[in-house]
Design a protein around this ligand. Structure first.
Ligand SMILES: [Zn+2]
Length: 945
């Protein structure tokens, strides 16, 4: 009876560890000889029930210590004996289980990386890529020495489909990308993949909380790999891991990747280096929610290629530098577990490069068109000036394809190379600069700058490229212009078209304007602008594109260096200096390129000294010094931060840079410390663009009125944005990040961190806004309709979706309903004016300001009503329907505000009700036979007083 014999695990030679040799043959031999489980299973399968073992002599008879009962099952003579492995195999049920376990184990075991099936790539993890029938299989050899050593898994799109997935952008949908492997406790042949705890740390190893953390924390596991031991490594089959997105790429709704390897992924290349492993995977991903008409395939999936990089973290963690809210660095934060002394719990380090590892090098990817590469290089190397001043000359440079130090093994996505990529796209023009940093210290080790080709093409676009719904699904933490309000997405394209229209005034060849050549010609290779006057339109456009590209590269590279946005930076620049060529070339158009700086379009050509900021600014120098300079003491570093707050202040994405934010100096797309002057000039530019574009279209045979329609729309929209931003001065509040200067005088305004916009500036802003809203003479008034309405035609498209998509046919032409469009524009400005947070701020300012006699909500409403009605309603014959339109719109907005009273400050609600009552009285008394005024009186009747 076989039951008396059992499998005692005794493997010949198992006590000796075979030294690992570098050939696959040696690995196979080592595995066969050294892996106990394999020997056992081979034997078990070949001999059925445990095997006699006679041929190999592995199995020995065990002591007879149990008997088979009448039921045919093994009954232990004693409990200990029954549980003994020596007797277990004799029991049919136990043997069946063992057989199943062994088969399952065998099925999960990684195959050996034999040479005729796998190619070997030695590296941090040695990679074996399958070939022939094993094609698509991926084996990794993980050194036993790196157990519990954190590594990162990066994912980057390296070939996109131009709409949903752009080459160069991060592909990971999961923020926590640090992993480690450990031997599974209690299981001989598996490794656990887990995410090491990074967000909660014990700073002092001997603190009571550190001990508590050690006792109480369980890191869990993400997945388990069956492995076999080969010398000093574990061999594992990574095929299903990669197919599942390596636990960093999930489906777009955030669920773990549901697409199986078979259905949605294929490995197309892999290699390894001493500190990183590189895997190329093509995958199908499901369409983004809301992408709607942009879904291009009937399967509702997109195909894309992703580079995964497994990257060793630095052996020696970089020395950290504390972040400071006065100087804007991206940060790495954790909560200190042992700070139980009442101190602050959260620690944040500035993310920065470790210059001890040598200079920061950007590789200009071959996707960047050759004609732009030198411009891109100049944009990168502008930052060298700041490093030089911070004591690190030569700390940053760009390498171009073909340069002698261009790496032979370069590829996009390789974790060793930071790159600048050029992505073809159909959607909005944008750029981004994401980085990867050591979560322990904030050490940045890789950055990517992605520029979309569309920013060049959008100038020449014959349609307004629609804002893609993809914007909603932008990856968290990205730095794209997706974060802007959608109105502003087309800012650059609008400015480009307006510049082109202005240039047309000077140029003979109008066709060259509407279809500008985009390459800078050699006479602009030194980066200086081409003066607009006398230049060809194509030449202007080439200069514009070169300058804007250089600015974009400076901005995105700034992100890769660790810098956050600084939306207050432009406020440090005096308005008058914007037309001082020497000043601008030395100092830029803003104290930082980390602001969203508009393309500059000046009314007076003599003021047009640049189109975009040509260099980094004073804040940028200080910020680089803060992050990278050497300081004798912490006090010296803090003194620098304080001086930044006092001279070139910082404000960022959380500071309300949109039109409803409180601080009028912290805004996207404005310029100078006197934004009202900038906005006022923008209105003048818009009028000029309308006038010139209409005239040049009229006088040039063959010039399409459709193009005038686009440019006119650009001019009006940019005016609306200017007016909307001007509203920020009404009830504006300017906070400061500067620490107390130690001056005890509370009477001194310089010692308090909150400043209200002064009354004169507030009034100036309101009069600018109301002047342009004037229903007769304002830019949004009937004079504009009379002058341009009969010349504005627009394309009408067949099919839904973005107008920029080639699937749409836009052969239709319609007259633009300018009166209706102006109502929409007016509604934007009035909506910004009446936003609940603004009315609340105005109300608070009247208390906070004390003797300051600023605008009240009632005065604001009264002035606006007067703009639309006049001091008293005029006789019907003197009022046109656009004015009536504006009056009805204004009444409607006030009624809406009262209806949404729970959103508004109580005093604002009362003021609005009072204004409606005033309007009612005015309309009722003047109505007579005027049906319009009668109607307004009826609408406002509930407020009859
Ligand atoms: Zn940015």
């Amino acid at each position: 009876m076989g039951w008396s014999r059992a499998a005692i695990l005794r493997v010949p030679g198992s006590s000796s560890v075979h030294p690992f040799r570098s050939t696959v043959v040696a690995a196979v031999a080592a595995a066969l000889a050294g892996v106990a489980g394999l020997g056992l299973l081979s034997s078990a399968l070949s001999t059925g029930e445990g095997g006699s073992g006679g041929d190999v002599g592995w199995l020995q008879p065990a002591a007879r210590s149990a008997v088979v009962g009448a039921d045919g099952l093994l009954h232990a003579a004693d409990h200990k004996a029954a549980s003994d492995a020596a007797t277990a195999a004799a029991d049919p049920a136990t043997a069946k289980m063992m057989k199943e376990l062994k088969q399952a184990h065998l099925q999960s075991m990684p195959p050996l990386p034999v040479g005729h099936l796998f190619d070997r790539h030695p590296g941090y993890f040695t990679v074996h890529t399958g070939k022939g029938l094993a094609s698509g299989r991926l084996l990794l050899e993980v050194p036993k020495a790196v157990m519990d050593t954190p590594f990162m898994v990066l994912a980057q799109v390296t070939a996109g489909d131009a709409e949903a997935f752009l080459s160069g952008v991060p592909a990971n949908t999961v923020g926590r990308t640090v992993f480690a492997l450990r031997k599974t406790k209690g299981h001989p042949d598996t490794l656990d993949l887990y995410r090491p705890l990074m967000d909660l740390r014990a700073e002092k190893a001997d603190s009571p909380m550190a001990a508590s953390l050690r006792e109480g924390y369980f890191p869990g596991w993400v997945r388990t790999f069956p492995v076999r031991s080969i010398g000093d490594s574990y061999l594992l089959d990574a095929t299903p891991w990669v197919g599942g997105g390596m636990d960093v790429v999930t489906d777009n709704d955030g669920r773990p990747a549901p697409l199986s390897w078979e259905r949605g992924h294929r490995l197309v290349g892999a290699t390894a280096y001493p500190r990183n492993v590189e895997l190329d995977v093509q995958m199908k991903r499901r369409s983004l929610d809301g992408l709607g008409e942009s879904v291009v395939s009937p399967e509702n999936t997109f195909s894309t290629q992703v580079r995964y990089s497994i990257v060793a973290l630095p052996d020696k963690p970089m020395e950290t530098r504390a972040a400071d809210s006065r100087v804007g660095y991206f940060g790495t934060s954790f909560v200190s577990a042992d700070a139980i002394d009442g101190g602050r719990l959260k620690r944040t380090f500035a993310n920065r490069w470790n210059l001890a590892n040598g200079p920061i090098v950007f590789y200009v990817d071959p996707t960047v068109p050759a004609e732009y590469r030198r411009t891109v290089k100049r944009g990168v190397e502008e930052w060298e000036k700041a490093f030089a001043r911070a004591g690190h000359p030569g700390a940053i440079r760009a390498v171009l394809p073909g340069d002698k130090d261009w790496p032979a093994d370069y590829s996009m996505g390789d974790a060793r190379y930071s790159s600048i990529n050029w992505a073809p796209n159909l959607g909005p023009a944008y750029a981004m600069g994401p980085t990867d940093a050591d979560p322990r210290t904030g050490e940045i080790f890789k950055g990517v700058v992605v520029l979309t080709a569309n920013f060049v093409q959008s100038a020449a676009s014959d349609v307004n490229v629609a804002v893609s719904p993809i914007a909603k699904d932008a990856p968290a933490g990205d730095e794209s212009l997706w974060s802007m309000e959608s109105d502003e997405l087309q800012m650059r394209a609008r400015s480009l078209r307006m510049l082109a229209a202005l240039a047309a005034d000077e140029a003979d060849d109008v066709d060259a304007v509407s279809r500008p050549a985009v390459g800078p010609s050699t006479d602009k290779a030194n980066g200086h602008m081409m003066p607009m006057v006398g230049a060809s339109a194509a030449g202007v456009m080439a200069a514009v594109i070169e300058q804007v590209l250089r600015y974009l590269v400076m901005h995105e590279v700034g992100h890769v260096l660790g810098l956050r946005h600084n939306f207050k930076a432009s406020a440090s620049m005096p308005f008058a200096k914007l037309s001082d060529k020497a000043w601008v070339e030395a100092n830029g158009t803003s104290s930082s390129v980390m602001d969203y700086l508009p393309m500059i379009v000046r009314k007076n050509p003599a003021d047009q000294v640049v189109y975009a900021s040509p260099t980094i600014g004073a804040y940028d120098y200080s910020a680089i010094r803060y992050g990278y300079g050497d300081f004798k003491s912490d006090d010296a570093r803090l003194a620098l931060a304080q001086s930044v707050a006092m001279t070139t202040p910082f404000a960022t994405d959380n500071d309300g840079a949109g039109v409803t934010g409180a601080d009028p100096l912290t805004s996207y797309w404005d310029l100078s410390g006197s934004p009202l002057e900038y906005h006022a000039e923008s209105m003048a530019v818009a009028r000029k663009v309308l006038r010139i574009s209409k005239a040049s279209t009229a006088k040039t045979a063959g010039s399409p009125w459709l193009d005038f329609g686009v440019v006119a729309q650009d001019a009006l929209w940019s005016s609306v944005l200017s007016l909307a931003y001007a509203t920020k001065f009404i009830g504006g509040v300017v906070p400061s990040r500067a620490a107390s200067t130690g001056s005890p005088s509370s009477a001194s305004s310089s010692s308090s961190p909150v400043t209200l916009v002064d009354v004169a500036t507030e009034k100036r802003a309101l009069s600018l806004i109301l002047r342009e809203l004037h229903p007769r003479n304002g830019l949004l008034g009937s004079a504009t309709v009379r002058e341009y309405g009969a010349h504005m035609v627009a394309r009408k498209c067949f099919g839904a979706g973005g107008a920029g998509l080639p699937t749409e046919q836009c052969l239709g032409v319609a007259a633009k309903p300018l009166v209706s469009e102006l109502r929409t524009f007016r509604g934007r400005v009035l909506g910004a004016l009446l936003v609940p947070s603004r009315l609340a701020r105005i109300t608070e300012a009247t208390v906070l300001g004390g003797s300051r006699r600023g605008l009240t909500v009632a005065a604001l409403l009264r002035a606006t009503t007067a703009t639309f009605f006049g001091a008293a309603p005029a006789p019907a014959a003197e009022v046109d329907d656009l004015q009536r339109d504006a009056q009805a719109q204004w009444v409607g907005l006030l009624l809406n505000a009262v209806n949404a009273s729970e959103q508004h400050h109580p005093l604002a609600v009362a003021a609005v009700a009072g204004e409606l009552s005033r309007i009612h009285a005015m309309a009722a008394s003047a109505a007579g036979e005027d049906a319009h005024l009668q109607g307004l009186a009826i609408l406002t009747a509930p407020f009859h007083f």
